[in-house]
Structure formats: structure tokens, C-alpha cells
Design a protein around this ligand. Structure first.
Ligand code: NAD
Length: 396
């Protein structure tokens, strides 16, 4: 099959297996060039197939020599459709990890369900014994509650007032105005149910109950704060409310795992192009300007650089270990005053049509399509490739 990108809405509906493998290999190569980390040895990554979760898994394996178990929700190829990018990423990751002598197994299923949690616990008991790091990196549009059976759908909306801002229309490549109406109470509640901390807490409770959390185990989940420009749609919107809940939950989890000397953290990561962030209005335009400023200052990072820095310089660095508020700011470069001042100035100019962002847009689109394995110089996209790729260990 010759695979071309097919763009619909804010998603690419095709993925390229060779391109995804190339992207995973680039991330592995980056980690191998860094200093080894005296870090975790048995790691569970929930949301392990793309973005921050995949990068965390790669850093744990190739940076700290860990055995990893990955949980995610992806689709294999079927009926002439390609697999999802996360499927191809995992196939490539597992092959590389196994070849390098590391344990790497995966479970494809709904992480919100108790069935997948039980399956994961059984696999840990059989093959790893105990886990010393649990990374919770889910970004999902909906969640069915394992007890009530209610299905919640998350929305990205402001709270209280409507919000009008500039945004990029990825179909026409134009800067347009977007107005987002405020969320209802039910929509706020649903977004918190999907993206808040309840499921993370349930995972940790069940893992602890099953005695598969090692003494001193760490768990971490990811959040975002960002600048004032995006507050109405992020920090002060429905997703921000869910992230507040995630942080409050981290304190509950801390108490719950205190007696095994466990630690729970929330890391505030940098804004980056991922499948999840591409779906948030306004954010892609901010990301383009941010990349321009950080790039100029030599401070731009991708998921893999962020996750390496998180593990190497914060989570497992005894000289700079996180303090007792259990909130780790790895968005420090993004939030530097000089960076934000320049981004704000550019934002003003974009709003009055004073600057051209053709190149920024082009760069953003390139990064976006790379998430699906397209646009790598070394990959021959005219060649026929086998779309049906298997993951060595897959359980679903
Ligand atoms: P992503 O879309 O790249 O990854 C999401 C992961 O969740 C994938 O592995 C996917 O398979 C998995 N997933 C989704 N639904 C699932 C389900 N029901 N069961 C099992 N797995 C499921 O997203 P990302 O941007 O890497 O986001 C990960 C976390 O990082 C989120 O909490 C997000 O809010 C946070 N974060 C993202 C950014 C950013 O700019 N991208 C910045 C800071 C924090």
C-alpha cells in the first residue's frame, strides 16, 4: 500500500508505519546520546503510545534500563485502512526495546475499564512482580465509568463567559476569529470525570491493593498551565478545571501511598504539538509563535527532551528533587518572562495582521504530520509498504 496523509478536521486519518518507526527511532537515539539515569526499573505507562506517554516510556527504557508495560487505546490496520500512529509507534518501540534486551509488553484496551486494570495487574504479577514508577498520561475524549456505567464526554470550552480569539483554521491555513460558548455545569462535570484524577486514583488504589506497587514507588501525571492568552480556553476553562482536580487528587494519592513511602506528582509540561493539543482551539496558533521564540533562543524542546529532563533532572535527581508541593514545573523555558513577553508581542501583531506567519504555519503542519509518520526526509513515501504491522506482545 502507498500511504498518503489524509487530513480531516484536526486529525490525520492515515498513518505511515515506516515514518512512525523513524520517529520512534529518532527519540530512542536522542535518549541514547544523553547520560544514563539512575531511575526506575519496572515502569507502567498508561497512555503509552503517543506524545508524552510514549516519550516517558522511551526515556524509562533507553535512559534508565527499565522494563516497561504500556497501556493504550489504538487500532491495528484493517479493511485497507492503516493502523493508528500509536499502534505503529508501539510496534517499532517494542521491536527496538526487545532487540536491545529490554522487557516491553503492551495492553491495547480501555484504560478506564476495570477489566484492563485487572489484566494489567495480572501481567505485572506474572512477569514483573512490582512496579516502581506509574506514569499516567491519558488524553481522551470520553470515559465510561467502571462502576456507574455512565459515559462522560469531555469538552474544551471556557467557563462563565464566551471567549473570542484568533485561531488558525488548519483546513484553509487562515487566521480566523473563533467564539467559544461557555460550558454548562454538566459539561464541566463530564470533562473533570474524563480528564481529572479519578481514574488515576483508581489505578493506584487497585495496584496498591494487589500489592504490585514497590516500596518507594513513584507515580506521575501530566498537566498544563500556559500563559494568560490561553487562560480562558485552558487554565480557566473546562480542561483547567479537570487539571485542578488532577492536582488535588495527587495529594490524595500521596496520602494513600505514604505507608509504602510512595510519592505522587503532577508535572506541568510544555505546550507541544500532539494529537491531543491539536484539538484545542487557539492553542495551535500559540504553539506556532512559541516555537518561533523558543527556537530563536535555542530552548525549543519536543516530548522526548521534556521527558528526559523530567526524569533525569527532577524526578530521579537527588540534588534537585521535587519539593513537598509535589508539582514539578518542566514548562520553565516556555514560561520564562523574556519568552512570554516576546510571544505576547507577536500575538498582538498577529491579531492586527501585522506579521506574516506562513513559515510558522508550515513548521507547525510539518510537526503535526510527523505525529502520523509523514514528512521525514529519510522515508520513501512513494514505496509500497505493508500496513498490517504487528506488535510483538500485544494483549487486547
Ligand atoms: P496524546 O494524544 O499524544 O496521547 C494520549 C494517550 O492516551 C495515547 O497513548 C492514547 O492511546 C491514550 N488513550 C486515550 N484514550 C485511552 C483509553 N480510553 N484507554 C487507554 N489509553 C487511552 O496526548 P498528550 O498530549 O501526550 O497528552 C498526555 C497528557 O499530557 C495529558 O494529560 C495532557 O493533558 C498532558 N499535557 C499535554 C500537553 C501538550 O501540549 N500536548 C502539555 C502539557 C500536558
Amino acid at each position: 500500500m502507498i500511504i498518503k496523509p489524509k487530513f480531516r478536521g484536526f486529525i490525520c486519518t492515515t498513518s505511515h508505519p515506516v515514518g512512525c518507526a523513524h520517529s520512534v527511532q529518532e527519540q530512542i537515539n536522542y535518549v541514547k546520546r544523553q547520560k544514563p539515569i539512575q531511575g526506575p526499573k519496572n515502569v507502567l505507562v498508561i497512555g503509552a503510545s503517543t506524545g508524552y506517554g510514549l516519550a516517558s516510556r522511551i526515556v524509562a527504557t533507553f535512559g534508565s534500563g527499565a522494563s516497561t508495560l504500556g497501556v493504550f487505546l489504538e487500532k491495528p490496520a484493517s479493511n485497507g485502512n492503516t493502523a493508528t500512529a500509536g499502534w505503529y509507534n508501539t510496534a517499532a518501540f517494542e521491536a527496538a526495546a526487545t532487540e536491545a534486551g529490554y522487557y516491553a509488553k503492551s495492553i491495547n484496551g480501555d484504560a478506564f475499564s476495570d477489566q484492563v486494570k485487572e489484566q494489567t495487574i495480572a501481567l505485572i504479577k506474572e512477569e514483573l512482580g512490582q512496579i516502581d514508577l506509574v506514569v499516567y498520561s491519558i488524553a481522551a475524549p470520553r470515559r465510561t465509568h467502571p462502576v456507574s456505567g455512565e459515559t462522560f464526554t469531555s469538552v474544551i470550552k471556557p467557563i462563565g463567559d464566551s471567549f473570542t480569539s484568533k485561531t488558525v483554521d488548519m483546513n484553509s491555513n487562515e487566521i480566523v476569529d473563533v467564539t467559544l460558548e461557555p460550558a454548562s455545569e454538566q459539561e464541566i462535570r463530564s470533562t473533570v470525570a474524563v480528564m481529572g484524577g479519578e481514574d488515576w486514583e483508581r489505578w493506584i488504589h487497585l495496584l496498591k491493593e494487589a500489592d504490585v506497587l514497590a516500596p518507594g514507588a513513584t507515580t506521575i501525571s501530566y498537566s498544563y498551565i500556559g500563559p494568560k492568552i490561553t487562560y480562558p480556553i485552558y487554565k480557566e476553562g473546562t480542561i483547567g478545571r479537570a487539571k485542578d482536580h488532577l492536582y488535588t487528587t495527587s495529594k490524595e494519592i500521596n496520602k494513600h501511598i505514604e505507608n509504602i513511602n510512595g510519592r505522587a506528582f503532577v508535572a506541568v509540561n510544555k505546550a507541544l504539538v500532539t494529537q491531543a493539543s491539536a484539538a484545542i482551539p487557539v492553542v495551535p496558533l500559540y504553539l506556532m509563535l512559541l516555537a518561533r521564540v523558543l527556537g530563536k533562543k535555542g530552548l525549543d524542546e519536543n516530548c522526548i527532551e521534556q521527558m528526559y529532563r523530567l526524569l533525569a533532572s527532577r524526578l530521579y535527581n537527588t540534588e534537585n528533587s521535587p519539593n513537598e508541593d509535589h508539582l514539578i514545573r518542566i514548562d520553565d523555558y516556555e514560561m520564562q518572562n523574556d519568552v512570554q513577553a516576546e510571544v505576547s508581542a507577536l500575538w498582538e501583531k498577529v491579531c492586527i495582521g501585522e506579521i506574516d506567519i506562513v513559515q510558522d504555519l508550515e513548521k507547525y503542519r510539518k510537526e503535526f504530520f510527523k505525529l502520523f509518520g509523514f514528512g521525514f526526509d529519510d522515508v520513501h513515501y512513494e514505496e509500497d509498504v505493508k500496513e498490517d504491522v504487528s506488535i510483538l506482545s500485544i494483549k487486547s
